[in-house]
Design a binder for this molecule. Structure first.
Ligand SMILES: *[C@@H]1O[C@H](CO)[C@@H](O)[C@H](O)[C@H]1NC(C)=O
Ligand SMILES: *[C@@H]1O[C@H](CO)[C@@H](O)[C@H](O)[C@H]1NC(C)=O
Ligand SMILES: *[C@@H]1O[C@H](CO)[C@@H](O)[C@H](O)[C@H]1NC(C)=O
Length: 226
């Protein structure tokens, strides 16, 4: 951990310089890309056509303690989504969320951008947009939003966002990892469906007690936008 910390500090110096001279978004053709979902399950149904965007999400899932049930309840998430279209078809495409998680979860004081640059998989990591939660526009509670209005090729388009409702939910085999999800759009023109796949981390501890403060659990995932 200590060695990693020193290494990370060295890398961070370069990362700042790299970020400063970052070029505009790089993206690759996704017309041949197809989402594969696990067999033997009915929660996630892959579209038979190509996605518009594929990204790696790096962020936190935030929870508060429900004193009645002594369990953590989700109060939102914050994440940055990086274009991973140029990794599609390479071995790094599947491993990138796990590699990013290893750096993100093992290091304190590192920014999300520095995680991606440290990996070196994407020499010019382009931000597609941000992920966070907003009040449900068609019901109660909170809904996930993916907001591409201020980044990449969609920057400046006020409709380049999607707010969704969960339509499928596949628990991960590893209980530390948040579920894989299928989400249907209820507002916005960015996509009609979003899939959260290849999840790493993000799950809260199983129990909490009243008075526990809110917690933010680091996670990474692959997001597909159709
Ligand atoms: C805590 O959980 C109970 C049982 O699920 C629920 O009825 C209640 O609304 C929750 N409290 C808060 C503050 O979310
Ligand atoms: C989630 O946690 C992060 C890290 O502590 C924090 O920056 C962010 O404001 C939190 N967002 C919400 C909606 O709780
Ligand atoms: C479970 O997932 C966590 C977070 O992704 C990871 O650190 C851990 O190594 C995984 N455990 C197994 C047995 O794969």
């Amino acid at each position: 951990m200590l060695t990693f910390g020193i290494l990370a500090l060295v890398i961070l110096g370069y990362a700042d310089a790299l970020l400063a001279e970052r070029h505009p978004s790089t993206s690759c053709d996704l017309s041949g890309a197809r989402l594969q979902v696990p067999a033997d399950q009915t929660q996630l149904i892959a579209p038979t056509y190509a996605p518009s965007f594929i990204g790696i999400g790096v962020g936190t899932q935030n929870y508060t303690c429900n004193a009645t049930t002594s369990t953590y309840a989700l109060v939102g998430a914050v994440g940055e989504i990086f274009d991973s279209s140029c990794l599609y078809g390479t071995p790094a495409f599947e491993s990138a969320p796990t590699l990013a998680y290893d750096v993100w979860s093992a290091t304190t004081g590192i920014t999300i951008q520095e995680v991606i640059i440290t990996l070196g998989l994407m020499p010019d990591p382009a931000v597609l947009g941000q992920h966070y939660y907003v009040p449900n526009p068609v019901g109660s509670g909170l809904s996930p939003k993916w907001d591409f209005t201020s980044s990449g090729v969609t920057a400046g388009n006020p409709n380049a966002y999607v707010i969704g409702v969960k339509t499928g939910n596949l628990p991960s085999s590893n209980s530390s990892d948040i579920d894989e999800l299928m989400v249907k759009a209820v507002e916005g023109e960015l996509a009609s469906e979003v899939f959260r796949m290849e999840t790493n981390g993000g799950q809260p501890p199983t129990h909490c007690a009243a008075g526990y403060s809110n917690i933010a659990i680091k996670y990474t995932a692959q997001y597909w936008f159709f």
